[in-house]
Design a protein around this ligand. Structure first.
Ligand code: ADE
Length: 244
């Protein structure tokens, strides 16, 4: 997986990604990251990349040309005419685990990060393939959303997680929330680990964990159960019992 980020703040992308699991994936070459400074493609003698909006209004708009030139340089470097270009914007489709899974299949992904009041619409029309939001709130720029997406996508790339199975058994496995986890000590401040987890009874532990996932999903994210095709007959019976 090769990530390319077009941004005015490349150090924010590099610093944010170069830690922990994603940092390790960069070190061992499983993932590459290329943070391109859009300002390097300014043709203005003051290296400006923004200007006043036509029609008036508050703030500045990022100009089309530096973004376009940065993109064309990337096309040249990769020898690819068509690239998947994700523009981070609150106006996009809301990012989700299925979207991460789909994007993880690509060899190269380009993230375009806007700042100020956005980017000139004309270059967006020319190069963007996907408009993506990370949720219904407004951030100051696209860098944090790009980092969020790259983190979620990275952990789906084979060999990024040490523990191969852990990408499967997690929140949103079967579109259910994860069961609770415990580690030593057996008792903390008078609260004991559930006995079943100490029993060594693997089938019963699996059953208990499934029920905890169902219970938690019903309590916290009931909409995830609607039309969920991963639910077995046994799951449905258990949910019926919980609903009373
Ligand atoms: N840029 C600003 N806010 C954003 C959001 N919520 N998602 C994606 N990009 C953004």
């Amino acid at each position: 997986m090769n990530f390319h980020v077009l941004t005015l703040f490349p150090e924010m992308i590099e610093d944010g990604f170069n830690t922990s699991i994603t940092g390790r994936a960069l070190q061992n070459g499983t993932i590459t990251l290329d943070a391109v400074n859009i300002r390097d493609y300014s043709t203005n003698k003051h290296m400006r990349v923004d200007d006043y909006p036509y029609g008036g209004g508050a703030g500045m708009v990022m100009q089309a040309e530096p973004v376009h030139l940065a993109y064309q340089a990337l096309q040249q470097k990769l020898g690819k005419e068509r690239l998947r270009v994700i523009y981070l914007t609150p106006q996009g489709n809301v990012f989700s685990q299925p979207m991460a899974e789909e994007l993880a299949k690509e060899e190269d992904l380009v993230f375009l990060c806007g700042h100020y009041e956005g980017i000139d619409e004309r270059v967006l029309e020319m190069i963007v393939t996907d408009y993506v939001s990370i949720g219904d709130y407004v951030l100051t720029g696209g860098e944090l959303p790009a980092l969020v997406m790259m983190d979620a996508i990275s952990r789906l790339v084979p060999q990024v997680l040490n523990n191969e199975v852990s990408a499967e058994f997690e929140s949103f496995h079967d579109n259910l929330l994860e069961y609770p986890q415990y580690t030593r000590p057996e008792e903390y401040m008078g609260k004991r680990v559930p006995d079943i987890l100490l029993s060594g009874h693997h089938a019963k532990i699996e059953q208990w964990r499934r029920e905890q996932s169902l219970k938690r999903t019903l309590e916290r994210r009931p909409e995830l159960l609607d039309g969920n095709e991963a639910l077995t007959k046994k799951d449905k019976e258990y949910l019926q019992k919980l609903r009373g």
